[in-house]
Write a protein that binds this ligand. Structure first.
Ligand code: CUA
Length: 319
């Protein structure tokens, strides 16, 4: 997984990275120029032991030089800032011009503190929902529709695009495209509460074939648990408080207050990137979510021993 925010994996991030490099080089040049002029000014200032009489009335020549210096400074600053403004507007235009033929449409909703992804499709039976994981096909444009239902969040995949705020009551869109396969990090980039720093999602860019296979698997309802412990786990899930918030397709659980768990075992992380996904971490998370993610909306379930193991066994079958 790449962690270099300037490693552009798509055209939008490349435009933004170009603007960043232009800005940083202009700033570096201005800084160096200011330091050189400052050094020169300090060097030519007469030392106190030169016994120079204090300047009470600056000479006319000095006054003229000062005016020239200030004039040049203002002109150069204005030109540089105007140049950066033009570059910024051109970048914005370039981002908006991206072709979106045959785009994949994904609706993303931000919640405290997790992400819901709904993959749209002209065929209603092909629409599916997942959480904290954004699979996208390489080379195909993706239009992400963004919404929030509690507070302001911000959707950010540094390697693919800039930040986009999600303001409750408003719909925003982001167009992006990954040009090479890879795993990238998605982040919430707007302080949204206690667990803002742990509101992440995995972005996985794969070939069209692998994406189609993944989407097919995600569309399938949850299979039969099989062994006895997992069956008992399903019973606990459907008779306890889990189903008040979560959905598992193929069962009677269909709430949407919390992540859809139909294929939870196929995900790399749990709790929006907070922990890896393994039977041990899953058990710890169910037993005491507030210890792992204080302030999260998932309540303690007071499950332990065999019941907890059965529930973990069941969730582990949801591949
Ligand atoms: Cu959501 Cu920060």
């Amino acid at each position: 997984m790449t962690s270099d925010v300037l490693d552009a994996a798509g055209p939008q991030a490349a435009h933004i990275a170009d603007l960043w490099w232009l800005t940083i080089w202009v700033c570096v040049m201005v800084f160096v120029a200011v330091m050189v002029v400052l050094g020169w000014a300090l060097w030519r200032t007469p030392r106190s032991d030169d016994a120079t009489p204090p300047d009470v009335a600056p000479a006319a020549a000095g006054e003229r030089n000062l005016r020239w210096g200030v004039g040049i400074g203002i002109t150069v600053s204005s030109l540089l800032l105007t140049g950066l403004l033009v570059a910024s507007v051109l970048t914005d235009r370039a981002l908006a011009r991206m072709p979106v033929d045959d785009a994949l449409h994904i609706s993303v909703s931000a919640h405290q503190y997790w992400w819901e992804m709904i993959y749209d499709d002209p065929r209603p039976d092909h629409v599916f929902t997942t959480a904290n994981e954004l699979y996208i096909p390489v080379g195909r444009p993706v239009i992400v529709t963004l919404q929030a239902d509690d507070v302001i969040h911000s959707f950010w995949i540094p390697n693919l695009h800039g930040k986009k705020d999600l303001i409750p009551g408003r719909v925003a869109t982001v167009r992006l495209r990954a040009d090479r396969p890879g795993e990238y990090q998605g982040r919430c980039a707007e302080y949204c509460g206690l667990q803002h720093a742990f509101m992440a999602f995995d972005v996985v860019a794969v070939s069209a074939e692998r994406f189609a296979a993944w989407a097919d698997a995600q569309r399938r309802p949850a299979g039969d648990p099989g062994e006895a412990a997992a069956l008992r786990g399903r019973e606990l899930f459907l008779s306890g408080s889990c189903m008040l918030c979560h959905a598992i397709h193929g069962t009677t659980a269909n709430a949407r207050k919390a992540p859809d768990l139909t294929h939870v075992a196929s995900r790399a992380h749990l709790a929006a990137g907070r922990i890896d996904n393994s039977p041990q971490t899953l058990a710890a998370w169910i037993a005491d979510p507030q210890r792992i993610k204080p302030g999260v909306n998932m309540p303690d379930h007071l499950l332990a021993g065999e019941d907890l193991a059965a529930l973990v066994a069941y969730l582990g079958t949801l591949k």
